[in-house]
Write a protein that binds this ligand. Structure first.
Ligand code: ATP
Ligand code: MG
Length: 639
């Protein structure tokens, strides 16, 4: 199936027409203790069970399996520009550390199926902890280290962990962010109390310990230096972890993932989509608190036998704390990174810096930059593509899917990327566009519809909502009347070549005097103005037109915003631009200028919060928001 002669369209067709044969072949990419007895069990839709009867282990496939051929090759490359620490762990060393951590988990009473909540900064011990959990069959639930106690408490409540692993502090731009007080407060807020807390002391800040409950990692590690903890062979359908969605559109949902399907999906994606080779280096700039961190910092690259860079810090700061917006590229040069994964929001940060930062390092090892998480606007894509001179590969997915749903699979067949489009449906995904109200399938090119999936969903896809099958079915599979389809809750169109374009979230569509417009289209048009660095467009209730578009713009050159006359001039230019590209109906009622936009901690625009402020409504759950200042600016402007 990986023969060079296979076209992607054949490959994709086989995956849908004969999923059992297709995925049985992909399953050979990982090690099994017992081979699967049944490839796909879809006897109870929409629940898809993959590789029933097979037993395997994620940690074995990520670590132990490579000891034979590459024990002394780098596995985890830890780089922190916050603490100046840079350390490489070979596969053998990683194996040793993971076993020590696993022995600690066992000593603290963690058993197969128990939850371990990981609330940690980007330190190597967090990777050891995740791998140690999957090694012994415990279910990890990583909570982004930047979350405050209320968000953390709700996740403790939901995951009911036996053990929580944490650290004294995180660090942001050299500023210590203590974690332990937040953790203690979260445990106090939650009705569920963990039996034990394991604390990694980075020496950043002092913290109080609760006698009998809290344990120090260093001492326990010392005790288990010689630990040998074998991998537990788990049923392919055993739960490996739970993780929450970003909370961009509302309450985060607890996504539950399996073991065997996830391992196979990641192994296949490393070959077909990321083209990563054993011995090469992969660098994902994400965080272990997000799904990208799970799939493409920890499990994916390691399963592929690659070294993975785990980076703590800003993209604009050097190891010694000095400014360097080129640090990521310096790491690419130093570690000969071949594949890099980041997010448009990070590229926009770099785009505001001097492009000279990109030119001072040898980037010849780099073969592709993959970007995901939110729409990649054309100006940003062009800028980074010209600056790096490597293919920029947009990929669209969700926490729920676990791996890309729309992109190009250059490992199967080289295909061009199109600016503005994340690509075409990946193997295993039966993607359809449905009419929003009638639910009818849209088959003509360039028709706007809701992006949905027909089951069975592929390996790696969420199994269900943690402890809530009914919520899984009702939230995701019941939005189109009369059809059992999975809704992504994103709008899209498909062009004549089969490339999809994501137009935004289904709740981000605005209706101006009967015309339905995606906020994304308007944002795309506005961001083509040379003085626009970032933009958010929301629909705001209007007595006359139903809704009008409001635009909030971060200008690249703020000297163009000196006084009201200058602001009005730029606003006029932007409106004219939208008029010309999309028509007067899409023209925003106002274009307002801000220095910050409200985003989730994962860098996604919080349009629902902006909209609520504009309409004078309650903003709802803001616990996933990055910077409260951003919303205040908009409040002030709208007052
Ligand atoms: P919640 O579901 O809790 O509201 P969320 O949808 O932001 O949060 P994630 O799973 O982290 O949580 O994000 C997935 C969403 O991000 C997609 O549904 C889509 O809206 C957006 N997205 C991801 N990648 C892309 C991309 N390449 N292009 C356009 N949009 C993208
Ligand atoms: Mg979502």
């Amino acid at each position: 199936m990986t023969l060079a002669s296979t076209t992607f369209s054949d490959f994709h067709r086989q995956s849908l027409q004969n999923p059992d044969a297709f995925w049985a072949e992909q399953a050979k990419l990982i090690d099994w203790q017992t081979p699967p007895q049944q490839i796909c069990d879809y006897s109870n839709p929409p629940f898809a069970h993959w590789f029933r009867g097979g037993t395997t282990n994620l940690c074995h496939n990520a670590v132990d399996r490579h000891l034979k051929d590459r024990a002394n090759q780098p596995a985890l490359i830890y780089v922190s520009s916050e603490t100046g620490i840079e350390k490489t762990y070979t596969f053998a060393e990683l194996h040793t550390e993971v076993q020590r951590m696993a022995a600690i988990l066992l000593e603290l009473g963690v058993q197969q199926g128990d939850r371990v909540l990981i609330y940690m900064p980007m330190i190597a011990e967090a990777a050891f902890a995740m791998l140690a959990c999957t090694r012994i069959g415990a279910i990890h639930s990583v909570v982004f280290g930047g979350f405050a106690s209320v968000s953390l408490a709700s996740r403790i409540e939901d995951a009911t962990p036996k053990l929580i692993i944490s650290a004294d502090a995180g660090s942001r731009s050299g500023k210590v962010v203590p974690y332990k007080p937040l953790l203690d407060e979260a445990i106090a807020l939650s009705s569920h109390k963990p039996e034990a807390v394991l604390m990694v002391d980075r020496g950043l800040t002092a913290f109080a310990s609760v006698a009998g409950r809290d344990h120090g990692y260093a001492a326990l590690r010392e005790k288990h230096l010689q630990a040998s903890v074998p991998c537990v062979w788990l049923d392919a359908t055993a739960i490996s972890y739970t993780i929450y969605t970003s909370g961009t559109t509302g309450q985060p949902k607890g996504v539950q993932r399996d073991t065997g399907g996830y391992a196979v999906a990641l192994a296949a994606s490393m070959v077909h989509i990321f083209e990563g080779k054993p011995g090469e280096t992969y660098f994902s700039t994400s965080d272990i608190g997000w799904v990208v961190g799970h799939s493409y910092i920890i499990y994916g690259p390691l399963i592929a036998g690659m070294a993975s860079i785990m980076y703590e810090g800003l993209p604009t700061r050097e190891m010694d704390g000095s400014a360097n917006a080129g640090i990521w590229w310096r790491l690419v040069e130093k570690y000969k990174v071949t594949r890099m994964f980041s997010a448009p929001t990070a590229v926009r940060v770099l785009k505001k810096q001097d492009p000279a930062y990109l030119k001072q390092y040898d980037l010849s090892s780099l073969q592709g930059l993959y970007l995901a998480g939110e729409p990649l606007d054309e100006p940003t894509a062009k800028w980074i593509s010209e600056a790096l001179g490597v293919p920029i590969i947009d990929n669209y997915w969700q926490t729920e899917t676990g791996w890309p749903l729309l992109t190009v699979a250059n490992g199967v067949e080289k295909m061009p990327s199109k600016f503005g489009s994340p690509g075409i449906p990946m193997y295993g995904y039966n993607v359809k566009l449905l009419h929003e109200t009638t639910g009818e399938e849209l088959t003509e090119p360039n028709q706007k519809g809701v992006v949905v999936l027909e089951g069975p969903t592929p390996p790696g896809f969420m199994q269900t909502v943690w402890r809530d099958d009914a919520r899984f079915v009702n939230t995701y599979w019941k939005s189109v009347p009369g059809k059992l389809v999975y809704s992504t809750f994103d709008w899209g169109i498909k062009d004549a070549d089969g490339y999809y374009f994501i137009l935004g979230r289904t709740d981000d569509v605005i209706n101006v005097a009967g015309h339905r417009l995606g906020t994304r289209e308007i944002e795309e048009s506005i961001s083509s103005h040379p003085n626009v660095a970032e933009v958010a467009v929301v629909g705001v209730a209007d007595a006359l037109k139903g809704q009008v578009a409001m635009a909030f713009v971060i200008a690249r050159d703020t000297s163009a915003l000196q006084d009201e006359a200058a602001r009005l001039k730029l606003e006029g230019e932007i409106m004219k631009l939208v008029d010309g590209q999309l028509g007067a109906v899409a023209r925003p009622a106002r274009v307002r200028f801000v220095s910050l936009l409200p985003k989730t901690r994962s860098g996604k625009l919080l349009r629902r919060a902006i909209q609520a402020v504009c309409e004078g409504r309650d903003t709802g759950d803001l616990t996933t928001m990055e910077d409260p200042q951003a919303l205040q600016q908009i409040r002030d402007l709208m007052a």
